[in-house]
Ligand binder design. Structure first.
Ligand SMILES: [Zn+2]
Length: 279
């Protein structure tokens, strides 16, 4: 309904066919006529490229998703709810707002670029597949089976573009949340991070080395507890590994630790054990 209204208000826009519509026309043309000439294939390819370039990729959904992540964590203070009682306070969150805002802008910018990039790749791939299909049409025309099959394959690659956009938005949203929580934890005086991998989640394509990090604790370099010789790294420092959510589609998380007493005993030095009565 609302789409129709918009179309009526903007006649010029409604006149141009979408990439998918041109693709459908092109497939129908070859289904009816079979292969005719190199020239008509070049012409169809040109029309498809024009239709694709006219359609601006929609990064509105990504922007909306990222803004809602930002609002939940920063404006509504959700980032604090994930913190333990001895973690950072509201005043720390407020102080960091300009930095979080910058992080949000960065993620919106990255999303728009990634969606555009993925989209042009998907369009090129569809064009290649289309040209391959046309070139392989036998002299006696397209079989009924082939007609049905190819229409659905081309339709799928166009839908993939929307799927990729959503995936990019979710990934960038995770990176935003991860960086907000990291900055807040460091400002709040975190001395270590415990890694959590979602490898148990069905269908999640986890990285084996991230699964290995599950439940391991990585120390923050230069924290007061390290400086005072109370704790030592067992699995290394957090800056020696890729951060949670840093790699593409990584949905791992880290949970901050603020007190040496909360670390397993193997992290405490002799001095640390004496200090916290844990001999
Ligand atoms: Zn991961």
């Amino acid at each position: 309904m609302s789409n129709q209204k918009k179309g009526a208000g903007n006649k010029r826009k409604s006149k141009s066919k979408t990439f998918y519509q041109v693709l459908t026309d092109a497939v129908n043309y070859y289904v009816e006529n079979g292969w005719d000439s190199q020239r008509s294939l070049t012409e169809w390819s040109r029309k498809l490229r024009v239709a694709a370039s006219r359609e601006m990729p929609s990064d509105d959904a990504a922007k909306k998703h990222l803004t809602s992540v930002y609002r939940r964590l920063v404006i509504d203070g959700g980032a604090l709810r994930d913190q333990p009682a001895d973690g950072p306070k509201k005043v720390t969150l407020d102080k960091l707002k300009p930095e979080f805002r910058k992080e949000l802008d960065k993620r919106i910018f990255a999303s728009a670029n990634l969606i555009e990039l993925n989209r042009s790749q998907a369009v090129e791939k569809t064009l290649q597949r289309f040209q391959g299909w046309v070139s392989s049409i036998p002299p006696d025309g397209v079989s009924d089976f082939d007609k049905r099959q190819h229409k659905s394959i081309f339709g799928k690659s166009v839908q993939d573009i929307d799927f990729i956009s959503r995936r990019v938005a979710i990934d960038q949203g995770h990176k935003l949340a991860s960086n907000v929580k990291y900055l807040l934890s460091i400002q709040g005086g975190a001395i270590a991070f415990r890694w959590h991998s979602n490898y148990r989640r069905p269908g999640y394509n986890f990285r084996p080395d991230h699964k290995d990090r599950d439940d391991k604790i990585y120390l923050v370099r230069g924290s007061w507890a390290v400086e005072q010789g109370l704790i030592v790294p067992v699995y290394g420092y957090y800056d020696e590994i890729t951060a949670a959510g840093e790699e593409v589609y990584c949905s791992c998380q880290v949970f901050p630790i603020y007190a040496p007493q909360k670390l397993p005993i193997e992290f405490l030095t002799e001095k640390g054990k004496r200090e916290f009565n844990r001999a």
